[in-house]
Design a protein around this ligand. Sequence first.
Ligand code: AQP
Length: 345
Amino acid sequence: MSEAQTSFTPRVFSGIQPSGGLTLGNYLGAMRRFVQWQDRGQQEGFETIFCMVDLHAITVWQDPDALRRQTRELAAGYIASGLDPAKSILFNQSQVPEHAQLAWIFNCVARMGWMQRMTQWKDKAGKNTQNASLGLFAYPALMAADILIYHATHVPVGEDQKQHVELTRDIAAKFNHDYKVDFFPETEPVIEGAATRVMSLRDGSKKMSKSDPSDMARINMTDDADTIANKIRKARTDPDALPSEAEGLEGRAEARNLVNIYAALCDSDIASVLKDVGGRQFSEFKPMLADLAVEKLSPISSEMSRLMETPDEIDRILGLGADRARAIAAPILARTYEIVGMIKS
Ligand code: AQP
């Protein structure tokens, strides 16, 4: 594990928003890596904490019934992908009020200018910033609270979340500086592996996203084999054959994306994949990719469906996870309040 601040015990935290169905991007960029961290945590003796960040999801409109279903589906996705509630702490954010309580403190530490610079804010608020929710603007302060309420030192995320984890470091540093303490760690974003940025199947310059209006732009973890094959068949590409070396993908964003997905799914890298498939046309490569995707994703989606048949069991697991999370979060919040000068009678 790389060193953040040596005085802090290593602890891993990350989360995913239940803001829609899980995508292949979430799986490759986040969830699959969470499982690797869980296994490493078991071997090396550090805690791993994974959250369904429902408070983040409502920074844009969510239908309440859909939010409940998506939160349970995300929990099912976590477990079906290999996260084990006996090994990692799994819970939904709103059940641990310390996240929102610490976020308020951080709203008072973070600066407006910092938030305005966030690319996710600019992308999601678009031109009509006056109509965006205040929550969307303050999103990174809540994310900092999610991480720092556990004194998490390492946060595995996809490329798009790097800026937010860096802001978390700034908030921790400013808090420590303003209150003359060494209380919050400066957390490391951990961005590694072949698929830290999976792109849309329709536009190689856009991230694959659950909220993309086009369902054809993404592979959902709940898509069946035919749907996956159809989406890959229709994925945008160019007319040229695949190159034999990575340099040949320059300026070919869509081609690069499909090779990247293939490499990530078979735990390889772009160069090795191109050694095997260089020279082939997409008409040949796409079915290979579809078969691989179905082989890897089908067992997860079947397990998700099975778990979704017992929503009470999912709720029970999340409740137990929330109790364990609160046991860590409550003393950290209490100490934060003390540092800030809140009186406790
Ligand atoms: N396309 C992606 N490639 C690699 N990693 C990705 N992640 C998301 N999309 C990709 C990673 O998944 C984790 C959870 O992300 P999130 O759901 O909390 O928020 P997001 O990054 O905003 O994901 P979406 O799918 O784009 O959600 P919406 O559409 O609701 O905004 C993060 O670690 C993220 O990096």
